[in-house]
Design a protein. Structure first.
Length: 127
């Protein structure tokens, strides 16, 4: 009888220890995720200051989140081939272009200049 009670007591102690460890890990995960969310939040004084300057950096859906979209950086294409803009080879590379064209069958030199991660023009209807 004593042996049965000691087994129950041991199971109870191990269950409590496991619950405490799991609870601590869950609490640590919850706190770290709250810290990540807090790093994205904006101070109320910064919100008022930006509104007074006429610069609205906030979305209309949630006033506590920053708007990371900057229209000025998107409007100006920074590199060759951005937004479908044409690319012209610098002078003096015509011979290299012709050699690569004979070898590959397409203008590989211009292809090397143009980024694979470029933006394409928006072809949707303006409405």
């Amino acid at each position: 009888m004593v042996r049965r009670n000691s087994k129950r007591l041991l199971k109870l102690v191990l269950t409590i220890c496991a619950a405490v460890v799991c609870g601590g890990l869950l609490l640590k995960a919850a706190i770290s995720s709250l810290e990540l969310q807090a790093s994205v939040m904006v101070d109320r004084s910064e919100v008022l200051h930006s509104r007074l300057n006429g610069v609205s950096r906030l979305t209309s859906k949630d006033p506590l989140k920053k708007s990371w979209y900057e229209a000025t950086s998107v409007a100006i294409p920074p590199g060759p081939g951005e937004k479908g803009s044409p690319f012209y080879l610098p002078p003096g590379l015509e011979k290299t272009k012709e050699e690569l064209y004979k070898e590959t069958g397409f203008n590989a030199l211009v292809s090397d200049f143009i980024s694979l991660n470029r933006t394409l023009p928006d072809i949707r209807h303006s409405r």
